[in-house]
Design a protein around this ligand. Structure first.
Ligand code: AMP
Length: 454
């Protein structure tokens, strides 16, 4: 099958050619015809399958002949990075069409967004929080909306955005076309599907197993040797761009620094960074100035860098879906990639779960010449966190990805960039075991909301 069978506008076909897409991917073959026919679609596909173009191409085709300057399509994405990437894809695929797209997300000033919106846009790509802010202030009008896309719906749920999605849906016309994409189909998403899609066509690419262009290997290693092993592995392996995943923001930052010390062009991407610094890290990774990017799951969501040759799980992800999402960063489109995961004893159950999804055993490897017997330092300082006094939140824009799930914090919305957004502070961390125990007990009693590490 070729792109010409979709009978897209010659201008769009020219862009597809210019971008070097020879043939539609599996999800594009399945999703583009029903979307072009105006049907609601539920697409089960992970990132790396070409799903963005599967909805962007038909949207451009649909909007091309119509009037300009009204929001006729809205794409909702869970993270700023993904929203930015979709916005960039629209720019690439829709070049010369004079359709205007605008990315709307928090963590950056609102006034430039308002200015762009006032000038008239046809497509909005937005994260739920800032979009609701704009809707509340009537700086976005969705009365003319024709196509709504909810991308990465399962991740939206993980991040606590479903109540926001429902609020947004109340503000869009009932008569519309709705497309929803998700890598997995938990009950929460099935329920949402029934609420928002009308007689949908379901299309899917395989299942939630990682793309088969990725080969997997496990590296059993003691926790105190992980950083040394990582550096040694990078030295011995022929790599292009490498994405390293950690469990916490703190670790992402520390490992980024350790790699820099070891001479690698490395950066970290985690929820504590300002939007500018995140963008700088991402741009540097994309253009090759940084060879290694160390990231947390949520911060790395949707990273679209074709030259990622290796994904290294410094820490085992919490769920098999998180593994799938991480691994989806490599082996994208037609390329191949390697996924290395550092494991210790307590990860065995999770390894078994992943092997079940993959449908076979993953190879265990040891790195030649690496001294696995090195004892832990007297008192391991690796990742021990200095005591931190209780912190008060500073007024200012809330880093969106560091938010606790939104259900936990219904709040009045204000577009004032300086207005502090209420956010439950995490308990202050302390090295004192008794304080840690007190904190644990409090958490157990449910005093503190759970908070995602981004
Ligand atoms: P996505 O799953 O949308 O994140 O896309 C993954 C990558 O595949 C992106 O870099 C796209 O530019 C690329 N891509 C999308 N469609 C095609 C295609 N038909 N042929 C080759 N590459 C593609």
């Amino acid at each position: 099958m070729s792109f010409s069978s979709f009978k897209l506008h010659p201008q769009i076909e020219a862009r597809i050619k210019a971008l070097g897409y020879d043939a539609p991917t599996h999800i594009q073959r399945q999703a583009i015809p029903p979307v072009l026919a105006g049907k609601d679609v539920m697409g089960l596909a992970q990132t790396g399958t070409g799903k963005t173009a599967a909805f962007v191409l038909p949207i451009i085709q649909h909007l091309l002949p119509g009037p300009r300057g009204n929001v006729r399509s809205l794409i909702i994405a869970p993270t700023r990075e993904l929203a930015e990437q979709i916005h960039v894809s629209i720019g690439e695929l829709g070049r010369n069409t004079h359709l205007k797209s605008c990315a709307i997300y928090g963590g950056i000033a609102v006034n430039p967004q308002i200015k762009k919106l006032r000038a008239g846009v046809d497509i909005i790509v937005a994260c739920p929080g800032r979009l609701l802010d704009h809707l509340g202030q009537q700086t976005i009008d969705l009365a003319n909306l024709e196509i709504l896309v909810i991308d990465e719906a399962d991740r939206m749920f993980d991040m606590g955005f479903l109540p926001d999605i429902r609020r947004i849906i109340k503000q869009v016309p009932v008569k519309r076309q709705t497309l929803m994409f998700s890598a997995t189909m938990p009950d929460s998403i099935r329920k949402l599907t029934n609420e928002v899609l009308n007689d949908p066509v379901t299309v899917k690419v395989g299942h939630t197993a990682p793309a088969n262009t990725v080969s997997h290997a496990l590296y059993p290693v003691a926790p105190h040797l992980k950083t040394k092993l990582l550096i040694e592995l990078l030295t011995q392996t022929d790599t292009e761009s490498i994405l390293v995943f950690t469990k916490t923001k703190h670790r992402a930052k520390r490992i980024g620094q350790e790699l820099q010390k070891a001479g690698y062009a490395a950066a970290s991407l985690q929820g504590n960074l300002s939007q500018n610094r995140r963008q700088e890290a991402l741009d540097g990774f994309r253009n090759g100035s940084y060879q290694v990017l160390v990231a947390t799951d949520i911060a790395a969501r949707g990273i679209d860098v074709l030259s990622i040759s290796h994904v290294i799980n410094y820490d085992m992800p919490d769920t098999t879906d998180a593994y799938t999402h991480r691994i989806g960063r490599t082996g994208r489109a037609a390329k191949t990639g390697d996924a290395f995961t550092f494991i210790s004893k307590e990860d065995e159950q999770q390894v078994a779960n992943i092997e079940r999804v993959l449908g076979g055993k993953i190879e265990r490897r040891t790195l030649e010449g690496f001294d696995y017997k090195q004892p832990p330092p007297e008192r391991s300082t690796e990742f021990s966190r200095p005591p931190r006094p209780p912190q008060r939140r500073k007024a200012g824009p809330e880093p969106q990805l560091a938010n606790p799930p939104r259900e936990a914090q219904p709040k009045p919305r204000s577009l004032s960039p300086s207005a502090p957004k209420p956010c439950a502070s995490p308990p202050a961390r302390t090295a004192s075991p008794s304080a840690a125990k007190r904190r644990y007990n409090k958490t157990k009693r449910g005093k503190y909301p759970t908070r995602k590490n981004t």
